[in-house]
Design a binder for this molecule. Structure first.
Ligand code: GDP
Ligand code: GDP
Length: 453
C-alpha cells in the first residue's frame, strides 16, 4: 500500500483543540479580533481558495485557554448571491465547525437590522453556544451603549475593544466556561479489527497465527455480543483488539442458514470495528458473500483489508499475486481503495505485514486534512469539471471541510444537495483520495444544502 500519510505535509494535520468561530456582519471587527487572538502565532500564511482573506484559521490563546479560531468574514459566496448568502454561509460554517460561536456586533454603530438577521439565523441553525460580543467599546460611553444589544435576546454583550486590546480577559473567561475540556493529545483507543469471512477460509487459524507469535496477550474476554470474542493484544507498543467471529459456526447447529448467519455475525462484528479484515481462501477466490460483506464495510465507512489466506497453496510469484489482485479488485469495484494482503495462517507468511497494514489503515482513518488545502483542491477540481445541473438549477459548491475522523467525513456546503449527481460525488471523492490518500478506508462525503437560495 502506498504511504498515504506521507502525502500530507505535517502542517495540514490539525490538532483536536476546541474551535471558536467569529461571525458578524462586515466591518464589525472580526478580522481585527482574529488577529488579536492569533497574535504572533502567524507563521503559516495560506492562500485560501474561495475566500477573501489569507487566513481563516489560527491558533489562538486567551489566558490559559488555547483554541482554534475561524474568521468567517473571509468566506466568499458566489459573487452574484450577495450579502444574505454571505451571512448564511458564515453561520453554516461556524455551526459545522465550531464548539462555540462568537457573534460580533459593533458598539460604535449600534444595533442594526443585519445584526438581527445574524441573530435569527444563529437561533434557527445552531445548538452551539453563542457568545454575544460588542466590539469597538473603546470608552465608557460606548461600553454603556452596549446595553441595547440586549434586544438580540442573547443575553448581555461582553464589551471589548479588539483594536485597543480591552475586555478580552472577560471573553476568555466566558469561552473557557463554554468550551469542552480537551485532553492534551488524547491517547487514541485500541484499534479494533474484525476478522470476517466465509466458513473455512481460515479465520481461526489466522487469529491463532496472530496471537501465537511472541506478543503480549493483554486479556481475552467475551465480547459484548455472545457470539464474537474480543481479544486485546499489543503489537510493538500499539493496542489492538481482534473481534473474532470464527468460533461461531461451531457453537450451534446453524445448518443450512450458515451463510446468511455468518453475514449477520460479520455485520455485528464490523459495527464495533474500525477495520474489517475480510479473509478469502486463495484456492477459492471471491464469492458472492464476500462482496456482500465488503459492501457492508464500505457502506458503514469502515476500513477494509482483503486478506488472501492459504497463499502457501499457491505459487508465490509476483505474477500470481498480480493476477489474483486484478481478479479481486475487478469484483470489488465499490472499494478500489482496499489493499490486499497475501498471507498464510499456516506458515505465518506475512502475518506481521498484515498487522502493520491494519495499523496503517487505522492511522489513515484518523488523518485530518486542513480546510485551506481541502478548499484549494475542491475549487481546482470543480474548475476542471463543473457539475451539471438540472434545467436551470446549477449546483454550487461553496466550501468544504473535514468535520471528523474515523471515518474521515467531509461536509460540502452547496446551494442544493439534490443537484449533486452520484457520479460527481465519485469525482470529488477520487480527487480527495488522489491528493490526500485515505487508502484502506471508506471516506464519507456529506452534501449539505441551504433551505433557500
Ligand atoms: P470585519 O469586516 O468584521 O473583519 O472588520 P475589520 O476587522 O476589518 O474591522 C473593520 C474596521 O473597524 C477597521 O477599520 C478596524 O480598524 C476597525 N476596528 C476594529 N476593531 C476596533 C475597535 O476595537 N475599536 C475601533 N474603534 N475600531 C475598530
Ligand atoms: P474458519 O472457519 O474461517 O475459522 O477456518 P479455520 O481456521 O477453521 O480453517 C479451515 C481450514 O483451513 C482448516 O483445515 C485449516 O487448517 C485450514 N487453513 C487455515 N489457514 C490455512 C492456510 O494458511 N493454509 C492452508 N493450507 N490451510 C489453512
Amino acid at each position: 500500500m502506498a504511504r498515504a500519510k506521507a502525502q500530507i505535509p505535517p502542517a495540514a494535520i490539525v490538532a483536536g483543540k476546541p474551535t471558536v468561530a467569529i461571525v458578524g456582519r462586515p466591518n464589525v471587527g472580526k478580522s481585527t479580533l482574529f488577529n488579536r487572538l492569533v497574535g504572533g502565532r502567524r507563521a503559516i500564511v495560506e492562500d485560501v481558495a474561495g475566500t477573501t482573506r489569507d487566513r481563516l484559521y489560527g491558533e489562538a490563546r486567551l489566558g490559559r485557554l488555547a483554541f482554534r479560531v475561524i474568521d468567517t468574514g473571509g468566506l466568499e459566496p458566489a459573487a452574484a448571491e450577495g450579502y444574505p448568502a454571505l451571512i448564511r454561509l458564515q453561520v453554516e460554517v461556524a455551526v459545522a465547525e465550531a464548539d462555540a460561536i462568537v457573534f460580533l456586533v459593533d458598539a460604535d454603530t449600534g444595533l442594526t437590522s443585519a445584526d438581527e438577521e445574524v441573530s435569527q439565523l444563529l437561533r434557527e441553525r445552531s445548538d452551539k453556544p453563542v457568545v454575544l460580543v460588542a466590539n469597538k467599546a473603546d470608552n465608557a460611553t460606548r461600553r454603556e451603549a452596549t446595553a441595547e444589544f440586549h434586544r438580540l435576546a442573547l443575553g448581555e454583550a461582553i464589551a471589548i475593544s479588539a483594536y485597543h486590546d480591552m475586555g478580552l480577559a472577560d471573553l476568555g473567561d466566558r469561552l473557557e466556561s463554554l468550551l469542552p475540556e480537551v485532553a492534551e493529545e488524547e491517547a487514541p483507543g485500541a484499534l479494533r479489527l474484525a476478522i470476517v469471512g466465509r466458513p473455512n477460509v481460515g479465520k481461526s487459524a489466522l487469529v491463532n497465527a496472530i496471537l501465537g507469535q511472541e506478543r503480549v496477550l493483554v486479556s481475552a474476554e467475551p465480547g459484548t455480543t455472545r457470539d464474537a470474542v474480543d481479544t486485546e493484544l499489543e503489537y510493538e507498543g500499539q493496542s489492538l483488539v481482534l473481534i473474532d467471529t470464527a468460533g461461531i459456526r461451531r457453537r450451534g447447529k446453524v445448518g443450512r442458514g450458515v451463510e446468511k448467519y455468518s453475514v449477520m455475525r460479520a455485520q455485528e462484528a464490523l459495527e464495533r470495528a474500525d477495520v474489517g479484515l475480510l479473509v478469502l481462501d486463495a484456492s477459492e477466490g471471491v464469492a458472492a458473500q464476500d462482496l456482500h460483506i465488503a459492501g457492508y464495510v464500505a457502506d458503514a465507512y469502515k476500513g477494509l483489508i482483503v486478506v488472501i489466506n492459504k497463499w502457501d497453496l499457491m505459487e508465490d510469484t509476483q505474477e500470481e499475486r498480480e493476477e489474483f489482485a486484478e481478479d479481486v479488485l475487478g469484483r470489488l469495484k465499490f472499494a478500489p481503495w482496499a489493499p490486499l494482503a497475501f498471507v498464510s495462517a499456516k506458515t505465518g507468511l506475512n502475518v506481521d505485514g498484515l498487522i502493520e497494514l491494519a495499523l496503517e489503515v487505522g492511522e489513515v482513518r484518523s488523518q485530518r486534512v486542513a480546510t485551506a488545502g481541502l478548499n484549494t483542491l475542491v475549487q481546482k477540481t470543480i474548475a476542471a469539471h463543473r457539475p451539471s445541473g438540472k434545467g436551470k438549477r446549477v449546483p454550487r459548491i461553496r466550501y468544504a471541510t473535514q468535520t471528523s475522523i474515523s471515518p474521515p467525513t467531509f461536509v460540502f456546503f452547496v446551494n442544493d444537495a439534490s443537484l449533486i449527481h452520484f457520479s460527481y460525488r465519485r469525482y470529488l471523492e477520487n480527487a480527495i483520495r488522489k491528493q490526500f490518500g485515505f487508502e484502506g478506508t471508506a471516506i464519507r462525503l456529506v452534501f449539505r444544502s441551504r433551505d433557500e437560495e
